[in-house]
Design a protein around this ligand. Structure first.
Ligand code: C5P
Length: 286
């Protein structure tokens, strides 16, 4: 049996770090949005005496072994359900990696969705969400998709009302950022996250609640953009090409612009090499 799932990229419309936790992770306040840039994840599964998992990512240099989040998702699913099966996952990769677009988390979540469907829903939505949270901070959001306010490590979610929007995603050449490195830069810059600046961020957040996209904010911009000239100039370029707002997503280094119409987004994208036009995608039906 086989199931094909689209694994949509995410962008952060709002991202603030409000504290550091004793376990080393950070407390977040984040509004995430799934967008129509996706990997295609095909999962085949067959009951077997012994479990065996293979992952393939044709044309990608991301390791397709036990370190791959799709592999870890299949492994965790089989362990949690006690199912013994031969599982093979093929990922047609389109979401750029180390860009803040949640590609690995999206593949991970898509593998969980596919396996739960293939085996006739052995896990409830809440069991699937806890499994997702163990696999990575963005995986619960990527499991559900749509627009959500995510707090805690990212696993506490509330659906968020958001108008449909068009986006242009642009990638600076040669500038990549690993998430733990971006958090380390932030820790160096903010001795204490619960400082005056956080109050300012809270004010911006309430602004965002009333005014949607006009209140976009990403705390990582302050530490990542000074070191990433390409990302910085793409952000300005998007604004000069008519974006309502432009910002880096997640810990970077991809940036996106928000546009009111597909035509406006295409006009801007035509002027930026490799730019991707996408639109907001609603929640998955689980
Ligand atoms: O949870 P995930 O494995 O995706 O996180 C990758 C890295 O990002 C963690 O190892 C940690 O350094 C950082 N992180 C964090 N706080 C979060 C989410 C991620 O410190 N809420």
């Amino acid at each position: 049996m086989q199931r094909v799932e689209e694994a949509y990229a995410k962008i952060n419309l709002y991202l603030d770090v409000t504290g550091k936790r004793p376990d080393g992770y950070h407390e977040l306040k984040s509004v995430m949005q799934t967008v129509s840039l996706s990997d295609t994840v095909t999962v085949s599964a067959k009951l077997a005496d012994y479990s065996c998992i293979t992952v393939e990512m044709p044309g990608s240099d991301i390791p397709a072994d036990e370190r791959n989040l799709a592999y870890l998702a299949a492994e965790a699913f089989l362990e949690e359900t006690g199912i013994s099966a031969a599982v093979s996952v093929t990922v047609e990769k389109r979401i750029p990696d180390r860009a803040g677009l949640g590609g690995g988390s999206a593949d991970c979540a898509a593998t969980l969705r596919a396996l739960n469907h293939l085996f006739a829903f052995p896990l409830s939505q809440s069991a699937l969400l806890s499994l997702a949270a163990r696999l990575g901070s963005d995986v619960p959001f990527c499991l559900l998709g749509g627009t959500r306010l995510c707090t805690g490590r990212g696993e506490q979610m509330k659906e968020y009302p958001m108008e449909d929007a068009f986006f242009v995603v642009a990638l600076p050449e040669g500038e990549k950022m690993k998430t733990p490195e971006a958090y380390a830069l932030l820790d160096d810059a903010f001795e204490n996250y619960e400082n005056e600046q956080s109050e300012l961020h809270d004010a911006l957040f309430s602004f965002f609640e009333e005014d949607g996209i006009d209140g976009m904010y990403n705390v990582f911009e302050s530490v990542v953009l000074p070191a990433c000239e390409g990302a910085s100039s793409l952000r300005s370029r998007l604004l000069s090409l008519g974006a309502r707002g432009a910002m880096m997503t997640g810990s970077g280094t991809a940036v996106f612009g928000v546009f009111d119409s597909e035509d406006a987004a295409r006009y801007a994208a035509d002027d930026i090499e490799g730019a991707i036009v996408c639109k907001s995608v609603p929640a998955y039906s689980l």
